[in-house]
Design a protein around this ligand. Structure first.
Ligand code: 13P
Length: 227
Protein backbone atom coordinates (compact mmCIF):
# COMPACT_ATOMS: atom_id res chain seq x y z
CA UNK A 1 0.00 0.00 0.00
CA UNK A 2 1.17 3.51 -0.79
CA UNK A 3 0.28 6.46 1.43
CA UNK A 4 1.47 9.80 0.09
CA UNK A 5 1.07 13.28 1.52
CA UNK A 6 0.96 16.30 -0.76
CA UNK A 7 1.72 19.43 1.25
CA UNK A 8 0.91 21.73 -1.70
CA UNK A 9 1.89 25.25 -0.54
CA UNK A 10 1.74 24.46 3.18
CA UNK A 11 4.45 24.13 5.84
CA UNK A 12 7.78 25.92 5.99
CA UNK A 13 11.18 24.35 5.63
CA UNK A 14 11.62 24.04 9.39
CA UNK A 15 8.16 22.61 10.03
CA UNK A 16 8.63 20.19 7.12
CA UNK A 17 11.90 18.89 8.54
CA UNK A 18 10.39 18.53 11.99
CA UNK A 19 7.40 16.69 10.56
CA UNK A 20 9.45 14.34 8.36
CA UNK A 21 11.87 13.47 11.17
CA UNK A 22 8.99 12.69 13.52
CA UNK A 23 7.13 10.70 10.85
CA UNK A 24 10.22 8.69 9.99
CA UNK A 25 10.49 7.60 13.63
CA UNK A 26 6.81 6.71 13.78
CA UNK A 27 7.25 4.46 10.73
CA UNK A 28 9.75 2.24 12.53
CA UNK A 29 8.43 -1.30 12.39
CA UNK A 30 5.56 -0.47 10.02
CA UNK A 31 5.54 -2.94 7.18
CA UNK A 32 3.87 -3.12 3.79
CA UNK A 33 3.20 0.61 3.61
CA UNK A 34 5.27 2.87 1.41
CA UNK A 35 5.13 6.47 2.55
CA UNK A 36 5.89 9.50 0.42
CA UNK A 37 5.88 13.17 1.36
CA UNK A 38 5.73 15.91 -1.26
CA UNK A 39 6.83 19.17 0.42
CA UNK A 40 6.97 22.58 -1.23
CA UNK A 41 10.02 22.94 -3.47
CA UNK A 42 11.72 25.36 -1.05
CA UNK A 43 11.32 22.84 1.77
CA UNK A 44 12.76 19.83 -0.03
CA UNK A 45 15.11 18.06 2.36
CA UNK A 46 17.72 15.48 1.42
CA UNK A 47 15.90 12.23 0.84
CA UNK A 48 17.88 10.50 3.55
CA UNK A 49 15.09 9.22 5.76
CA UNK A 50 14.95 5.58 6.67
CA UNK A 51 11.29 4.77 6.20
CA UNK A 52 9.79 7.52 4.07
CA UNK A 53 10.66 8.93 0.70
CA UNK A 54 10.58 12.56 -0.35
CA UNK A 55 9.14 13.60 -3.67
CA UNK A 56 8.95 16.88 -5.57
CA UNK A 57 5.53 18.36 -6.34
CA UNK A 58 6.81 19.63 -9.66
CA UNK A 59 9.93 19.89 -11.78
CA UNK A 60 10.76 20.99 -15.29
CA UNK A 61 11.84 18.44 -17.86
CA UNK A 62 15.48 19.46 -18.10
CA UNK A 63 18.63 18.69 -16.25
CA UNK A 64 19.43 22.40 -15.86
CA UNK A 65 19.28 25.58 -17.95
CA UNK A 66 17.62 28.98 -18.31
CA UNK A 67 14.15 28.24 -16.89
CA UNK A 68 13.51 30.86 -14.20
CA UNK A 69 11.34 29.68 -11.38
CA UNK A 70 11.78 25.98 -12.09
CA UNK A 71 13.87 23.17 -10.71
CA UNK A 72 15.37 20.51 -12.93
CA UNK A 73 16.78 17.07 -12.50
CA UNK A 74 20.20 18.28 -11.33
CA UNK A 75 18.74 20.06 -8.30
CA UNK A 76 16.65 17.03 -7.35
CA UNK A 77 19.58 14.68 -7.93
CA UNK A 78 21.67 16.64 -5.42
CA UNK A 79 19.02 15.99 -2.79
CA UNK A 80 18.73 12.32 -3.69
CA UNK A 81 15.14 12.82 -4.82
CA UNK A 82 13.86 10.33 -7.37
CA UNK A 83 10.11 10.73 -6.90
CA UNK A 84 8.00 13.29 -8.71
CA UNK A 85 4.36 14.37 -8.82
CA UNK A 86 3.07 15.58 -12.18
CA UNK A 87 -0.27 16.53 -13.66
CA UNK A 88 -1.95 17.68 -10.48
CA UNK A 89 -5.22 19.42 -11.30
CA UNK A 90 -3.95 22.57 -9.58
CA UNK A 91 -1.03 22.70 -12.00
CA UNK A 92 -3.30 21.94 -14.94
CA UNK A 93 -5.92 24.51 -13.98
CA UNK A 94 -4.06 27.35 -12.25
CA UNK A 95 -0.75 27.09 -14.09
CA UNK A 96 -2.27 25.97 -17.39
CA UNK A 97 -0.09 22.91 -17.79
CA UNK A 98 -1.43 21.01 -20.75
CA UNK A 99 -1.28 17.36 -21.72
CA UNK A 100 1.75 17.94 -23.93
CA UNK A 101 3.72 19.51 -21.09
CA UNK A 102 2.77 16.70 -18.72
CA UNK A 103 3.81 14.12 -21.28
CA UNK A 104 7.14 15.89 -21.78
CA UNK A 105 7.74 15.78 -18.04
CA UNK A 106 6.72 12.13 -17.90
CA UNK A 107 8.99 11.19 -20.80
CA UNK A 108 11.99 13.06 -19.40
CA UNK A 109 11.75 11.90 -15.80
CA UNK A 110 10.81 8.33 -16.68
CA UNK A 111 13.90 8.17 -18.89
CA UNK A 112 15.84 9.17 -15.76
CA UNK A 113 14.28 6.38 -13.70
CA UNK A 114 12.07 8.52 -11.46
CA UNK A 115 9.08 7.15 -9.62
CA UNK A 116 6.26 9.24 -11.08
CA UNK A 117 2.88 9.98 -9.52
CA UNK A 118 0.73 11.14 -12.41
CA UNK A 119 -2.52 12.79 -11.35
CA UNK A 120 -5.64 12.56 -13.45
CA UNK A 121 -9.23 13.43 -12.66
CA UNK A 122 -12.39 14.96 -14.04
CA UNK A 123 -14.25 18.09 -12.99
CA UNK A 124 -17.89 18.16 -11.96
CA UNK A 125 -19.11 19.09 -15.41
CA UNK A 126 -17.44 16.05 -16.99
CA UNK A 127 -18.74 13.82 -14.21
CA UNK A 128 -22.30 15.08 -14.70
CA UNK A 129 -22.09 14.51 -18.44
CA UNK A 130 -21.13 10.86 -17.86
CA UNK A 131 -17.87 11.26 -19.73
CA UNK A 132 -15.44 10.48 -16.90
CA UNK A 133 -13.83 7.34 -18.30
CA UNK A 134 -13.29 8.80 -21.74
CA UNK A 135 -11.84 11.94 -20.16
CA UNK A 136 -9.40 9.97 -18.01
CA UNK A 137 -8.36 7.92 -20.98
CA UNK A 138 -7.57 11.09 -22.89
CA UNK A 139 -5.49 12.37 -19.98
CA UNK A 140 -3.40 9.20 -20.20
CA UNK A 141 -2.94 9.35 -23.96
CA UNK A 142 0.73 9.07 -24.92
CA UNK A 143 1.79 8.01 -21.41
CA UNK A 144 3.66 4.73 -21.37
CA UNK A 145 1.52 2.79 -18.91
CA UNK A 146 4.01 -0.06 -18.77
CA UNK A 147 6.60 2.18 -17.09
CA UNK A 148 7.15 0.17 -13.89
CA UNK A 149 7.57 3.20 -11.62
CA UNK A 150 4.35 4.91 -12.72
CA UNK A 151 1.66 5.45 -10.11
CA UNK A 152 -1.54 6.93 -11.48
CA UNK A 153 -3.34 9.05 -8.91
CA UNK A 154 -7.06 9.30 -9.60
CA UNK A 155 -8.10 12.61 -8.05
CA UNK A 156 -11.56 13.79 -9.09
CA UNK A 157 -11.37 17.57 -8.98
CA UNK A 158 -14.78 17.88 -7.34
CA UNK A 159 -13.54 15.82 -4.39
CA UNK A 160 -10.27 17.67 -3.81
CA UNK A 161 -10.42 19.86 -0.72
CA UNK A 162 -14.20 19.55 -0.59
CA UNK A 163 -14.36 17.34 2.50
CA UNK A 164 -16.43 14.82 0.56
CA UNK A 165 -14.55 12.05 -1.21
CA UNK A 166 -15.90 10.09 -4.15
CA UNK A 167 -18.09 7.20 -3.03
CA UNK A 168 -16.53 3.79 -2.52
CA UNK A 169 -18.45 2.50 -5.55
CA UNK A 170 -17.19 5.33 -7.72
CA UNK A 171 -13.60 4.82 -6.58
CA UNK A 172 -13.74 1.08 -7.20
CA UNK A 173 -15.32 1.50 -10.60
CA UNK A 174 -12.70 3.96 -11.80
CA UNK A 175 -9.81 1.94 -10.45
CA UNK A 176 -10.97 -1.23 -12.11
CA UNK A 177 -11.40 0.76 -15.32
CA UNK A 178 -7.81 2.01 -14.95
CA UNK A 179 -6.64 -1.58 -14.58
CA UNK A 180 -8.61 -2.57 -17.68
CA UNK A 181 -6.82 0.04 -19.78
CA UNK A 182 -3.42 -1.11 -18.55
CA UNK A 183 -2.61 0.96 -15.46
CA UNK A 184 -0.57 -1.21 -13.11
CA UNK A 185 -0.58 0.88 -9.93
CA UNK A 186 -3.16 3.46 -8.94
CA UNK A 187 -3.97 5.46 -5.83
CA UNK A 188 -7.00 7.56 -4.96
CA UNK A 189 -6.93 11.20 -3.83
CA UNK A 190 -9.66 13.67 -2.90
CA UNK A 191 -10.72 14.33 0.71
CA UNK A 192 -9.04 11.24 2.10
CA UNK A 193 -8.95 11.43 5.88
CA UNK A 194 -8.64 9.18 8.88
CA UNK A 195 -12.37 8.39 8.78
CA UNK A 196 -12.43 6.99 5.24
CA UNK A 197 -8.83 5.98 4.41
CA UNK A 198 -9.07 2.40 5.58
CA UNK A 199 -12.19 1.63 3.57
CA UNK A 200 -10.78 3.29 0.47
CA UNK A 201 -7.53 1.35 0.73
CA UNK A 202 -9.40 -1.92 1.09
CA UNK A 203 -11.11 -1.46 -2.28
CA UNK A 204 -10.20 -3.75 -5.13
CA UNK A 205 -7.71 -2.15 -7.49
CA UNK A 206 -6.76 0.64 -5.09
CA UNK A 207 -3.06 0.58 -4.26
CA UNK A 208 -3.09 3.47 -1.83
CA UNK A 209 -4.04 7.09 -1.26
CA UNK A 210 -2.72 10.56 -2.04
CA UNK A 211 -3.64 12.87 0.80
CA UNK A 212 -3.74 16.67 0.79
CA UNK A 213 -5.27 18.48 3.78
CA UNK A 214 -5.28 15.51 6.12
CA UNK A 215 -1.54 14.99 5.65
CA UNK A 216 -0.61 18.41 7.02
CA UNK A 217 -0.94 17.45 10.64
CA UNK A 218 1.27 14.56 11.75
CA UNK A 219 -1.27 12.81 13.98
CA UNK A 220 -3.90 12.92 11.28
CA UNK A 221 -1.52 11.48 8.67
CA UNK A 222 -0.28 8.82 11.09
CA UNK A 223 -3.87 7.77 11.75
CA UNK A 224 -4.26 7.19 8.00
CA UNK A 225 -1.04 5.17 7.83
CA UNK A 226 -1.76 3.35 11.07
CA UNK A 227 1.50 4.28 12.78
P1 13P B 1 -7.32 16.85 -0.28
O1 13P B 1 -6.93 15.57 0.44
O2 13P B 1 -7.08 18.06 0.56
O3 13P B 1 -8.70 16.77 -0.84
O4 13P B 1 -6.32 17.01 -1.52
C1 13P B 1 -6.12 15.95 -2.37
C2 13P B 1 -5.01 16.29 -3.28
O5 13P B 1 -5.13 17.16 -4.12
C3 13P B 1 -3.75 15.54 -3.13
O6 13P B 1 -2.90 15.75 -4.20
Amino acid sequence: MIVAGNFKTHHTRSSTLKYCNALDKRLEGIENIEVRIFPTLSSLPYDNFTHLKIGAQNAYCVSNGAYSGEVGEEQLFELGIKTLLIGHSERREIFKEDKEMIKKKFDFFSSRGFEIFLCIGENLEVKKSGGTKEYLMRQLEGISLCYPKLIVAYEPIWAIGSGVSASLEEIEEIHSFLQEIGVKTSVYGGSVKRENAKEIMSLKGVDGVLVGGASLELESFCAIIGC
